[in-house]
Design a protein around this ligand. Sequence first.
Ligand code: SF4
Ligand code: SF4
Length: 252
Amino acid sequence: MPQPPRARRRRATKENPRDTAALVGRVERASVSGIRPEIADRARRMLIAWLRHAASVGMPFSQVVRRLASGEAATQIAQIDLEDQAARLEGIACGAGCAFCCILNGADGGTILEHEAQRMHAALLPFAGSPDGRAAHPDACAALDPETMRCRVYEDRPMICRSYHSTSAEACMKNADGIPAAGTGVLGAQPLHLTLQALVRDALTGIARSHTYSLVQVGRGTSDGLSEGPVLDAARHPPRALRDELKRLAGR
Ligand code: SF4
Ligand code: SF4
């Protein structure tokens, strides 16, 4: 006989993990679709290692959940990978003031996590009301300084920006004009980052929600002077966006 909704909710609450060790079990069983299995397996191992470390240093469960849901944990893990990948790069054309990569495609511009959106908002808000990247190019990120063509939130820029690289500024210029050109793209740290968050989202089902956000919308709303709540509300992706972005990255 089917249970009434309230009874189902009570049972789900009872079964939800109440400590980090139980959450490890959730991550072991979490599923993520649209990504290569070896990336998913690696992300799972790294996430479990992060959780075990959190437990070993006595991090309160509420803090573990908050850092997972906001994406802080995923970024911390992927940043280690990024530094390793960046140290091995050769022939990179990137330099300060070169900003074709900050001319963003479409209304979304890229997937960022909640704590990245919050950090970007806090760093960019002091510049609200001053000319932003859109004064240099209508599709430029609002965090771009239109005079110097440098990122005004460099220390707080999200993983999608940190992981973007190119061997040819000319190729970036073509891409910015909508002409496909090889030699540009994100390093593996970005798909790892999003895979980690997809695992987190599945593991936190019934415990906490985890959202992704549009880079373009966070930049524009902040530069227009909106406070954090309205910016995040307007920039929040529908749930399927993370899965779609993982599929897109897997098909590159
Ligand atoms: S990714 Fe391209 S546009 Fe961006 S800094 Fe590197 S070379 Fe310049
Ligand atoms: S946040 Fe900074 S690095 Fe990223 S697109 Fe915007 S201006 Fe460029």
